[in-house]
Design a binder for this molecule. Structure first.
Ligand code: SF4
Length: 142
């Protein structure tokens, strides 16, 4: 099957999260994987960040990690690479992990590292949406 979605790699069982873990794979996502309908992407890894890595949050236009390091360039690179994959494969939809500073579709943490969510989009989610790609999270993509 021709791929129809890019999907956050951590939703596909790949241990790409900052803590070196993945998220549980839902039966619906497993079906997509089995059918070949998805291309897994991890923008943070593609941008050159290691796994595990210090957690990072959006601070306005920048992304900064808990060590005070500005990782905006890596986040933007991963977002651009994800958009390029969508364009190469004619993909118009993305399924992305909510709350992530890269992949969050509706909410992100507020930049204070105090577990406070605010409405907003991660760097990759925002770039995809600005380029006409529908972005949904792991709960509502269906
Ligand atoms: S950047 Fe996206 S795909 Fe990668 S670990 Fe974070 S939420 Fe998952």
């Amino acid at each position: 099957m021709k791929p129809r979605y890019v999907i956050s790699a951590c939703l596909c069982g790949m241990p790409t999260r900052y803590d070196g873990r993945s998220k549980p794979v839902s039966p619906a996502v497993q079906e997509l994987i089995d059918s070949g309908a998805v291309i897994p992407v991890c923008p943070e890894c593609m941008g050159g960040l290691p796994t595990p890595r210090p957690p990072a949050e959006l601070c306005g236009e920048r992304v900064v990690n808990t060590e005070g390091v500005d990782v905006t360039a890596q986040y933007r690179s991963g977002a651009e690479q994800t958009l390029a994959i969508c364009r190469e494969h004619g993909i118009r939809h993305a399924i992305l992990k909510e709350n992530s500073p890269s992949c969050g579709c509706h909410f992100v943490y507020d930049g204070t590292f105090s577990k406070q969510l605010i409405p907003g989009r991660g760097v990759t989610a925002a770039l995809l949406e600005a380029n006409g790609i529908t972005v949904e999270n792991e709960e509502n993509w269906q």
